[in-house]
Design a binder for this molecule. Structure first.
Ligand SMILES: *Cc1c(COP(=O)(O)O)cnc(C)c1O
Length: 482
């Protein structure tokens, strides 16, 4: 049989543009390897690919991996051949312990939980990270290149990244976490990894401090090039893309595209809920996207008042959402402002100069058309874990409880609502135990590592200390051309 290879149609192929409008547009692989755009912005597709209703309906009955290939394909351009991508997707989701990968659980009339924690580190970050590691490793090997990954974690990203990238020859990985501000289980998942390419750094500060250090490093362009820096934080477009898949699979299981499904998403850096927005732009009928925050309620305040203004970060029982600078929100502002890079530069300058910015009426109206937000305090988180366990027998983790509390507050009788269950309750045994009087059972994936030796370096919240540490250990350093 003769197969003809179609030349990529240049005019139609997806390119990625920066939310700040001045960085060069790039193809998929470059965007994935770059993370942050060189003008400080975040990359978004120059147009939203659309799946027609029959294409969405046709996802019904497919495996998660097959659906994932169809949904992500338009984002890849011609960078990765279909069969190789399929292999990587299948390998990524074979690491999950549930055959459905992201199963739905009914917990009340029209109330569903989408369990995203069946991957190797028991939090939803595995869904994207397992795929990202494979696609990145392939891209680097093909280019005969190495990269230095530097990332900040509020708890779960680090563990998922280390699990996915450990031992990969082409990559050196440095993960910053806020010292003493992640749970024991989260810390041990990162620090007990023995692979030589893994470096854990505990920063004396908050997650926002860690994130600021990483951003400073990416904006230090000379160093960024020399170290071949790559980012795997939730600003990495490939992660968002991978997360849009489970909005489709769950909505289709519940009757989309014939009916609209709403989602309630426990939110920190706005990555997961932005993936829902992506699914909606691609044609998935989504009724509402409810942003659920903990006490760190910057997004709830912004949707209420139009004013985005970070406060001090408060430590809560849902540490992966203890964030006041919600990076991916920049992507939504770009969309709400009619894709004006100039406008995004303006609000980001205001944020830097006066610790805040104000959305216009039109921007706020555009955002509120799909999004609403609820802030859930610690008392309500605890009560929700307890009430849900008593009413249904289902034990949820504090992040999921933030989502469930918001879903319960805003429930409408005839609206199917899916709350994203982002972590396994055993990752947060103290908070769950306090709520229900009994510590959750530990899945074997978590148990294995917990006794092993820990490796990490404590550093001050200081840019020079960080760069010294990284430069002395990175293997990807490019010699200047002579
Ligand atoms: C990262 C994380 C979140 C928040 O996701 P964002 O993409 O940052 O909004 C919620 N729950 C858990 C368990 C997480 O690890």
């Amino acid at each position: 049989m003769i197969t003809t290879k179609k030349m990529p149609d240049q005019s139609n192929e997806i390119r990625y543009v920066s939310t700040r409008g001045t960085a060069p547009s790039l193809g998929f692989e470059d965007v994935m390897l770059t993370g942050l755009a060189r003008d400080g912005g975040l990359y978004v597709p120059d147009k939203w690919p659309r799946l027609a209703p029959p294409e969405i309906a046709a996802l019904s009955g497919l495996s998660y991996a097959e659906s994932a290939c169809r949904i992500m394909k338009p984002f890849l351009g011609s960078d990765i051949p279909d069969d190789e991508f399929k292999e990587m997707v299948e390998a990524a989701y074979a690491t999950f312990s549930h055959s459905a990968v992201a199963p739905l659980v009914e917990i009340g009339p029209n109330q569903w939980l989408l369990e995203l924690f069946h991957g190797p580190t028991c939090a939803f970050k595995d869904v994207a990270m397992q795929l990202l590691a494979r696609v990145m490793d392939r891209a680097l090997k093909r280019r005969n290149a190495r990269a230095t990954i530097v990332g900040a974690t509020s708890g779960d990203t680090g563990g998922a990244a280390i699990e996915a990238f450990a031992g990969r020859e082409s990559i050196e990985i440095f993960i910053l976490h806020p010292h003493g501000r992640v749970s024991d289980v989260q810390r041990r998942q990162m620090t007990t990894c023995q692979a030589e390419n893994v470096h854990n750094i505990a920063i004396e500060g908050t997650f926002d401090d860690c994130q600021a250090l990483v951003k400073a490093l990416f904006n230090d362009l000379e160093r960024r090039d020399r170290l071949a820096l790559a980012g795997v934080n939730s600003i990495n477009w490939a992660r968002i893309m991978a997360q849009s898949v489970y909005y489709f699979t769950s909505a289709v299981a519940l009757g989309a595209p014939e009916r609209a499904i709403s989602f309630c998403v426990p939110t920190g850096n706005f990555g997961d809920v932005f993936a829902g927005y992506v699914a909606s732009c691609m044609g998935l009928p989504i009724g509402r996207l409810v942003i659920a925050t903990n006490t760190n309620d910057i997004l709830a305040r912004t949707l209420e008042t139009g004013r985005y203004e970070p406060n001090e970060v408060i430590a809560t029982s849902s540490p992966s959402m203890d964030i006041q600078v919600s990076s991916n929100f920049e992507r939504l502002i770009f969309e709400a402002a009619g894709r004006s890079g100039e406008r995004v530069r303006g609000v980001m300058t205001d944020l830097a100069d006066s610790n805040g910015f104000t959305l216009s009426e039109d921007e706020l109206t555009a955002i509120r058309a799909l999004f609403s937000a609820q802030a859930i305090d610690e008392e309500e988180v605890k009560r929700t874990i307890k009430d849900v366990a008593e009413e249904t027998g289902y034990v949820c983790d504090p992040h999921t409880a933030v989502g469930l509390a918001a879903a319960r507050r805003t429930a409408r009788p005839d609206e199917p609502m899916v709350t994203l269950a982002t972590a396994h309750p055993a990752k947060f045994p103290d908070a769950v135990g306090e709520a229900i009087g009994k510590r959750p059972d530990m899945p074997s994936a978590l148990e294995g590592r917990l006794g092993a030796d820990e490796h990490f370096e404590v550093l001050e919240n200081d840019y020079a200390a960080l760069t010294d540490f990284i430069e002395s250990r990175a293997r990807a350093i490019q010699e200047p051309a002579t």
